[in-house]
Design a protein around this ligand. Structure first.
Ligand code: SF4
Ligand code: SF4
Ligand code: SF4
Length: 370
């Protein structure tokens, strides 16, 4: 019988090759299987050692440029498990099912939301609408826990969503929030907001987890998937600490927002722009796992949200599925948002960026396979 692969194979085939997307799906799966052996480490820039393991501080011959999942002390993985390996979207991509695309320019009709979201506020308004409509009981989002460090949060009302809105930056394993929502908050219907790789990871969980009792938890718990446009993620430690603090003398406490757009990185302190840098200038800080990423908008989501393609002060929203359309139409009907079809130039820009990212990601992937 063929050996079932496990976490050691995941480390060797994905993490050590720099292909990990830091999506956190392996961690979330292990936790939902009731083992919880894995944890994400986002320190990004140094070797990550699990508790109780040995290393030589004087060695220094290993240097990981990306974060990675690590095993905690003394795990005894069941020989028949291996779900962390098989559900990883970087071992094998999930299958893309039939989907469609309608692209809108959207603005929130809620003053409080527009007050904290300067790009139209569509994401928060869609989430609040889904909460009020009882489509979901909670929303898994990534917020700023201080100093621009990202934190996964389960928000169950508008004020909590507004509180978490704003200038966070960096990767966070949003899917671990599913376990939090179920185990700590007792929720059975949630919205998941995350990056395109996390949407792919979730799809993969559904594909490979059908045979386990916990796959049911996942499939029945996440009722709405919202992807955020992602041009690439950058290492927090290097981008914020090395590039902004050391090279440019911008203390992180001063920064209220980091925005990465098609024309580069924008750094703000309230409304004042502190720095604009071309993407080529910060390419060095892009995470290795992001360099093989081929998805800009989030092909495995119900709805994608970003601000590229729409005029300033508006969000771009792409509807992919019937359930996404239902949430979107209810939000319009109940007066949460205003929407109109996007201009052709905006749609063309999004398609161009999607194609460029796909071409670059596939080329880098092919190069790494040689
Ligand atoms: S890509 Fe995601 S599932 Fe795969 S190893 Fe990295 S964090 Fe885990
Ligand atoms: S093999 Fe199973 S128990 Fe072990 S780390 Fe992976 S998911 Fe967790
Ligand atoms: S570029 Fe791709 S792999 Fe990196 S965070 Fe974005 S969606 Fe995930």
């Amino acid at each position: 019988m063929e050996r079932r692969k496990d976490f050691s194979d995941l480390e060797r085939e994905v993490v050590e090759k720099g292909n990990c997307a830091l999506c956190g799906c392996c961690v979330a799966t292990c936790r939902l299987l009731d083992y919880g052996y894995l944890s994400m480490d986002f320190s990004e820039g140094g070797p990550v050692i699990g508790e109780g393991q040995q290393y030589s501080p004087a060695c220094g011959s290993c240097f990981f440029s990306t974060g990675r999942p690590v095993l905690s002390e003394g795990p005894q993985c069941p020989p028949t498990c291996g779900y962390c390996y098989y559900q990883c979207p970087r071992v094998e991509e999930p299958v893309l099912k039939e989907r469609w695309e309608e692209i809108y320019e959207v603005v929130s009709k809620d003053d409080a939301i527009r007050g904290v979201c300067h790009n139209g506020g569509a994401l928060l308004s869609l989430l609040v609408s889904a909460l009020d409509d009882a489509i979901v009981e909670g929303c898994i989002t990534v917020t700023d826990k201080g100093g621009l460090m990202p934190e996964v949060r389960v928000a169950m009302n508008k004020s909590r969503l507004i509180e978490g809105a704003g200038g966070t930056y960096g990767s966070a394993a949003a899917l671990t929030g599913v376990a939090d929502a179920i185990l700590n908050y007792g929720l059975w219907s949630v919205a998941l907001v995350g990056t395109p790789c996390q949407m792919a990871g979730y799809e993969k969980m559904l594909e490979v987890g059908r045979g386990t009792h916990n796959a049911h938890n996942f499939s029945s718990t996440v009722r709405l998937r919202i992807a955020l446009f992602c041009p690439g993620a950058y290492s927090y430690d290097t981008l914020v600490k090395e590039y902004l603090e050391r090279e440019h003398g911008i203390p992180r406490g001063e920064i209220t927002k980091l925005d990465i757009r098609e024309d580069g990185l924008h750094v703000y302190a309230s409304d004042k722009e502190l720095l604009h840098a071309e993407l080529s200038e910060i390419e060095y800080y892009k995470r290795e796992g992001c360099k093989i990423c081929a998805d800009f908008t989030g092909l495995f989501s119900d709805i994608s949200v970003g601000h590229i393609g729409s005029p300033a002060g508006k969000s771009t929203v792409i509807i992919h599925t019937d359930s996404g359309k239902e949430v979107f139409e209810r939000a319009i009907e109940w007066g949460y948002i205003e929407a109109k079809l996007i201009e052709k130039s905006g749609a063309d820009l999004i398609h161009r960026l999607q194609q460029e990212k796909r071409a670059a990601g596939l080329a880098e992937k092919a190069r790494r396979k040689k």
